[in-house]
Design a protein around this ligand. Structure first.
Ligand SMILES: Cc1ncc(COP(=O)(O)O)c(C=O)c1O
Length: 399
């Protein structure tokens, strides 16, 4: 007889839930040749117009087969520091950076080690895994209104939050540009928001996975932080989207030296560092001229794609709320369809979107989500040539 399970149980994160449903319906993995991966959050992993090539090999020797350093290898840490110092005048050093196996592990580690008496301030419509991580870690969450009534664009006042009962601090967790809405907070608004969360007993995790995907140009919170050592701010970056290499699994946290030391200690018992081969690969991608070219090309190619797909989806009756960043369109489906109903139709064409409900940070099993009739359409993995075919399928599924 099997013994009862010894692990806590939890479901897969929303994007994967959709991917598993897709496999059941089509017997294919979304992203396989011939499928239309509009639910997927990955970028093209090939050269884009005007962009740099992606290397096919790396060089390493026996010393690179040894254990990596706990917070990252010096050449990668230096490349990341140089990147932020050059493009944003960040004034950081290698000691302000910890490397992780992707953006999510950096986010998970930050949220896992927060003091218990911390309230998390979170927009109601946000990046799906935040919901799962905060639930698994049993964090106290204050939801900030972000829905059709404010066009998914909270005002600065909305972020003025008092700690919930039993807590004495507030930590903002925010993707910027936001996944799924593409709404980007920049310039003075971003500066003021960061100031607000740099005061006593506050902190912020600013998740910049889509930093390069922003019209008219990329922007990082590090442009506005005078001395990160004086803050509880964590800027999370990753090679996943901007550098087009999700498979390399490299992400990082930029934070005060004291916080990076905590990540070093964590790595010493819980991670053992990150693959040196991946670090070597990504270090090359951050060479200054190359990364400058990548920023410009990503921004321009994906801004064009955002516009084309925006026009096409609006013509089909989608009510779009998309901002100026990211590689998603976010909106209400035509014909009062729910995201799941629309997927049932799309799966027959080996296509699928992400149902809006999995981006609802306040969802419960008790009632349908307010985002039931919303969807996130990803144009991240789509080549420019696929547009007509994509629109044909969408049109057929709405007839
Ligand atoms: C908002 C956001 N943050 C972080 C990530 C990091 O992803 P990864 O763990 O694949 O590097 C993603 C990827 O989908 C994302 O959309």
């Amino acid at each position: 007889m099997l013994p009862s399970m010894i692990l806590r149980q939890f479901p897969p994160m929303g994007v994967y839930e959709t991917l598993f449903k897709f496999v059941d319906a089509t017997h294919k993995y979304m992203g396989d040749p011939g499928t239309h991966p509009w639910a997927q959050g990955y970028p093209l992993t090939t050269q884009i117009p005007g962009g740099p090539t992606l290397p096919k090999s790396i060089e390493f020797d026996a010393s690179d087969l040894n254990y990596p350093k706990a917070t990252g290898e010096p050449p990668l840490l230096e490349a990341i520091a140089n990147y932020y110092n050059h493009f944003y005048g960040a004034g950081i050093t290698s000691e302000n950076i910890a490397v992780f196996a992707g953006g999510r592990p950096a986010i998970f580690a930050t949220l896992a080690f927060l003091l218990d008496d911390t309230t998390i301030a979170l927009e109601k419509t946000e990046y799906t895994p935040y919901y799962d991580v905060l639930k698994v870690l049993d964090r106290k969450v204050h939801l900030i209104q972000s829905d059709s009534s404010n066009r998914f664009r909270p005002s600065l006042e909305d972020y003025q939050i008092e700690p919930l009962n039993g807590t004495s601090r507030v930590m903002l967790v925010k993707s910027n540009p936001c996944n799924p809405t593409g709404v980007a907070t920049g310039g003075d608004d971003l500066k003021r928001l960061l100031e607000q969360f740099s005061s006593e007993n506050t902190g912020a995790l600013i998740d910049e996975a889509y930093e390069f995907y922003c019209d008219p140009e990329p922007e990082s919170a590090l442009k506005h932080i005078d001395n990160i050592d004086d803050t509880n701010i964590f800027v999370i970056g990753a090679a996943t989207k901007g550098l087009q290499v999700p498979g390399m699994r490299i992400g990082w946290a930029v934070a005060s030296k004291a916080h990076i030391e905590i990540f070093r200690n964590y790595s010493s018992f819980g991670m053992g560092g990150v693959s040196r081969a991946s670090q070597i690969y990504v270090t090359g991608l951050l060479e200054q001229k190359r990364v400058g070219q990548a920023r410009t090309a990503i921004c321009s190619f994906y801004s064009e794609q955002r516009k084309r797909y925006g026009d096409g989806l609006a013509e089909l009756g989608f009510e779009l709320f998309t901002g100026t960043g990211g590689f998603y369109h976010w909106g209400r489906l035509p014909q009062e369809l729910t995201g799941d109903e629309f997927n049932d139709r799309l799966f027959a064409h080996e296509a699928g979107i992400l149902p809006g409900r999995v981006c609802d940070m306040g969802r419960t099993d008790a009632a349908p989500s307010a985002l039931e009739r919303y969807a996130r359409f990803s144009f991240g993995p789509l080549r420019a040539e696929s547009y007509d075919d994509d629109m044909r399928i969408l049109r057929e599924c709405l007839q």
